[in-house]
Write a protein that binds this ligand. Structure first.
Ligand SMILES: Nc1nc2c(c(=O)[nH]1)N[C@H]1C(S)=C(S)[C@@H](COP(=O)(O)OP(=O)(O)OC[C@H]3O[C@@H](n4cnc5c(N)ncnc54)[C@H](O)[C@@H]3O)O[C@H]1N2
Ligand code: MOO
Length: 463
């Protein structure tokens, strides 16, 4: 099949839309092609309730709101004594002399310290209560004086050292007190629907009264490695064998996005074997990834087989690397175990070269999984400056891995060094810091050293 032509290929956005349209036409339910609006679970509809300690990396199916305020009541923010600010004496009670420390002892402040200060006041027992950080404030008391300023006395009273400004009040009302609801109010939204849950999210949910959360079902991604030369990692290699690195990368990427990856056996370069494996995989999968066999080689059957077992909407995309990509679907066998699932499973043929596979996954699998889970990762770019001239291919969107220098002087942009070309240069995936997504365009393919560019940090890509 002629999949690798030049400028006539669709750009990624157009290709994605064409794919979605064809999926919709074939009965795939998620017609909008976008992540669900807030408040709805992923397009698959089904969700489940899981304990907090199983919710990391899952996607919230609904917004999480607080069942109660936090703090739940006014409480001490520091260790010390609770007092009523309005009831504090104004004038120093001990004119320069202080009684020796009594039973309470003074850890941080001894009598001489107090003595040395111009003023201290004495609070009689009963006018205050000892309190520790987090304790509810006693009725009628509104302020905490920190332990470091206190000298307990043998008679149960306490001396409070004046602050550095003797004219200032000893304490202002509400000082060192966290008021009920100052963090969040009852009913306040803490997490939006569609959030890929992070450690802090789980803590906030617990604080807000949730021991479990409702999350969207994990989409199942069937990964099908193909090629007579492909061997699983760890097996002995003969001359010409290639390690199946793509399955490892793509499965890990699926997990980062809250999906379940099922890597199938390596399928030989034989159309019947591939067709059989596609049928098998599609029965239980929400998305099928076929690795390699997308181009023109003698063993490249992905497009022909996909057309036979389902359909091909796009064969070839104007992106470098990755242009032999295929977008289509597999018909599910009737009576497949997942009766609740659509009659088809979307499928992507990813080129075998590792960088091409990575780019095609980001361009097409990531947004489709976003539709399924309800979470679309934020693609927050950062600014950088090219450290050398760079020329791209005009007819395609270019994806270029770059390493970034540390920020130099304050306000200076990091310098971006493009990786050397070659879709098989897998070490670049490990060494690079960011992707530079260069839009297609005949006029903007020559970039001079010093040009400001926007790059997508690899470390942030899964958020
Ligand atoms: N005559 C042409 N040849 C090629 C073209 C072209 O336009 N005309 N395009 C090139 C480009 S660009 C790419 S990208 C590749 C796409 O290749 P395929 O998808 O057909 O994949 P293969 O040829 O089977 O493999 C390519 C390369 O990747 C290795 N590979 C395959 N599977 C894996 C895996 N699971 N893990 C790691 N590496 C894998 C495979 O051994 C090959 O080295 O085609 C070019 N050729
Ligand atoms: O699509 Mo190929 O990956 O350009 O190298």
């Amino acid at each position: 099949m002629g999949l690798t032509g030049g400028g006539s290929l669709a750009l990624p956005d157009v290709a994605y839309q064409r794919w979605l349209d064809s999926l919709g036409g074939a009965g795939w339910p998620a017609r909008s092609g976008r992540a669900s609006p807030p408040g709805l679970p992923g397009e698959l509809g089904d969700s489940e309730r899981v304990p907090l300690d199983e919710a990391l990396g899952r996607v919230a199916a609904a917004a999480v709101t607080a069942r109660w305020p936090s703090p739940r009541c006014d409480c001490a923010a520091m260790d010390g004594i609770a007092v009523r600010a309005a009831g504090l004496p104004i004038a120093p009670a001990v004119g320069g002399t202080v009684a020796p420390a009594g039973t309470g002892g003074a850890d941080d402040l001894d009598a001489q310290d107090l003595d040395a200060r111009a003023g201290a006041i004495r609070l009689p027992a009963g006018a205050f209560e000892w309190i520790d950080t987090g304790d509810p404030m006693p009725d009628g008391l509104d302020t905490v004086v920190v332990r470091e300023r206190l000298l307990p006395q043998g008679d149960g009273s306490v001396l409070i050292a004046a602050g550095p400004d003797a004219a200032a009040p000893l304490a202002t009302a509400g000082q060192h007190v966290r008021t009920a609801g100052e963090d969040f109010a009852a009913g306040e939204e803490l997490l939006p629907a569609g959030r890929l849950l992070r450690p802090g999210d789980l803590a906030a949910a617990a604080a807000a009264g949730h021991a479990t959360l409702v999350v969207t079902r994990r989409p199942v991604v069937a990964i099908i490695p193909t090629g007579d030369e492909i061997r699983p990692a760890g097996e002995p290699l003969r001359r010409g064998d290639i390690i199946d690195t793509n399955s490892i990368m793509l499965a890990a990427r699926c997990r980062q996005l809250g999906a379940l990856a099922e890597v199938g056996p390596i399928v030989p370069d034989d159309p019947d074997s591939l067709a059989a494996e596609l049928h098998r995989a599609a029965a239980g999968a929400d998305l099928v990834l076929i690795i390699a066999g997308s181009s023109r080689g003698r063993g490249d059957h992905a497009a022909a087989v996909l057309a036979q077992v389902g359909g091909v909407a796009v064969a070839g995309v104007a992106v470098r690397p990755g242009h032999p990509a295929i977008l289509g679907h597999v018909k599910r066998p009737t009576g497949a175990k997942a009766a609740d699932r659509a009659a088809i499973a979307p499928a992507i043929g990813l080129p075998g070269y590792p960088l091409a596979a990575a780019v095609i996954f980001e361009l097409f699998a990531v947004p489709l999984l976003g539709v399924l889970t309800g979470h679309t990762p934020a693609r927050t770019t950062i600014r950088a400056r090219l450290d050398r001239d760079w020329t791209g291919r005009p007819e395609a969107e270019n994806w270029v891995l770059v390493t970034l220098s540390d920020h130099g002087e304050r306000g200076e942009l990091p310098l971006a060094t493009p990786a050397r070309r070659g879709a098989g240069t897998i070490s670049q995936l490990a060494r690079a810091d960011a992707w530079w997504q260069v839009p297609a365009g005949r006029d903007r393919v020559d970039f001079a050293a010093g040009t400001e560019i926007a790059v997508l940090p690899v470390a942030d890509i899964a958020r």
